[in-house]
Design a protein around this ligand. Structure first.
Ligand code: GDP
Ligand code: MG
Length: 437
């Protein structure tokens, strides 16, 4: 019956609708390039595209409007997964909860300490205390005081005292006495990872046993960020990463690399020098950013176009040789369906929009056509000339349509063939492009 035929038709169409291997490889090459451009470590980018490839092959795209969009979705989902799925908060279980900042000099520790204090203070139930443990530079202590004043948060410091462990302990005692339920310890960093810095931060870490140890990293450092993150993680086994300076033109690929290497969640991002330039880290938003969404979408679409062009070339050859049959016609129909509704498609033809305004075009019209084509034998599809009246009757019966409808399709098909041949010159290509989208 007709329903079976339609199922069958759909089945065949599904086969045609699969993203092909060529298609996927082409697209993923672009994605990998975009990732590496965004500072994602090359090996990580390569592994990533391999995973996506496996997922993409075998995905049915008939239900998707555009295979390209499906690819983008696959890539985005996988990227989001890679960066940790859900957003993770900081551990505020202690009283006071002690938060230790670590990272290189200039990464944004002092600025982020202020931002986090401000963020928590705005939550009303929190009364933070900032602690100045960058003891070697008076300017650093002063910087934290300026920040504290700006946001109305008390800053604990002990000028002249060169022992950050003692200062931290004194600060925690001070917090307990004065009702501060969060203590944020800002520490000294150096321009590169060195033993003195590592020893100092791990001494503080061991002595005060913070509830939360955060590693602050400048997202603009790109590939270096990975090595730094690893060095700090080896010593501190930190709880989370803070990615700063994402307001710059960096795409933030460091986020992926860091997550892959240390497997710790990225908790917050810094998006400016001001105290309110702090955001919870959302993997899916970051995925958009890394992919430069628009960029990758257009890249993927371009790869898709190249693939379609190849198909179009094959088709043109067939038309030239008069070998355009119903199988090709079916493929074209499928392309059209992928593009959206028939009315939208026709609306793209200059001048046709106005004409079609009041015409109701039924997308279901395709279903009858597909059923008819599927009731044809392979010979009939490739050489429609042989379809005589007894064949027409059989096709109509098989497809649950009438001989009249079969005739109509044959007539339309003939006209289309003529038109295609006629337009082989300049206009033909345009028309083909329009047909395939
Ligand atoms: P620290 O040495 O780790 O304490 O780093 P600082 O907090 O002193 O920050 C170093 C520089 O980076 C300062 O000029 C900050 O204003 C700037 N900075 C920190 N975070 C951000 C950010 O998210 N965006 C921008 N644009 N600048 C930032
Ligand atoms: Mg500092």
């Amino acid at each position: 019956n007709l329903s079976d035929k339609l199922d069958n038709a759909l089945h065949v169409l599904k086969g045609h609708g699969q993203i092909t291997e060529v298609n996927v490889a082409e697209t993923l090459k672009e994605v990998r390039r975009a990732l590496v451009d965004a500072d994602v470590n090359y090996k990580i980018a390569k592994d990533f595209t391999k995973t996506v490839k496996e997922k993409a092959l075998g995905q049915d795209v008939l239900t998707a409007l555009k295979p390209g969009q499906l690819m983008v979705k696959l890539v985005k989902d996988e990227l989001t997964q890679l960066m940790g799925g859900e957003a993770a908060g900081v551990n505020l279980s202690g009283n006071p909860s002690v938060i230790l900042m670590s990272g290189l000099q200039g990464s944004g520790k002092t600025t982020f300490s202020g931002k986090l204090a401000n963020y928590l203070k705005n939550k009303k139930t929190k009364k933070p205390l900032l602690v100045a443990c960058d003891v070697y530079r008076p300017a650093a202590i002063n910087q934290l005081h300026v920040v504290g004043e700006q946001i109305g948060v008390e800053v604990f410091s002990d000028e002249g005292n060169q022992d950050p462990v003692a200062i931290s302990k004194a600060a925690i005692a001070h917090a307990k006495e004065n009702g501060h339920n969060v203590v944020i310890i800002d520490t000294a960093g150096r321009l590169a990872v060195d033993e003195a810095m590592m020893t100092e931060i791990s001494n503080i870490h061991t002595a005060i046993e913070p509830h939360e140890t955060l590693f602050v990293v400048d997202s603009m450092t790109g590939q270096d960020a990975v090595n730094t993150a690893k060095a700090f993680n080896d010593r501190l086994n930190f709880d989370g990463v803070i990615l700063t300076k994402l307001d710059g033109d960096t795409r933030g690929g460091a986020a992926i690399s860091i997550k892959s290497v240390v497997n710790k969640p990225i908790k917050f991002i810094g998006t400016g020098e001001k105290m309110d330039a702090i955001d919870v880290f959302y993997p899916s938003r970051m995925a958009d950013r890394i992919l430069g969404m628009g960029d990758v979408v257009s890249l993927v679409e371009r790869a898709q176009e190249q693939y379609d062009e190849e198909e179009a070339r094959k088709l043109q050859k067939k038309i030239a040789k008069n070998a355009f049959g119903f199988d090709d016609f079916l493929k074209q129909l499928q392309q059209i369906k992928k593009m959206g509704s028939m009315k939208d498609l026709l609306g793209m033809i200059p001048g046709a929009g106005k004409m079609l305004k009041d015409v109701d075009i039924d997308d279901d019209a395709f279903k009858g056509i597909e059923a008819i084509i599927h009731s044809m034998t392979p010979d009939e599809r490739s050489t429609p000339k042989i379809i005589n009246s007894s064949r027409k009757k059989r096709i109509a019966k098989g497809s649950g349509t009438s001989v009249q409808e079969v005739n109509q399709l044959l007539k339309q098909f003939n006209q289309m063939g003529k038109m295609m041949k006629m337009m082989q010159g300049g206009g033909g290509r345009q028309m083909m492009n329009m047909m395939k989208g």
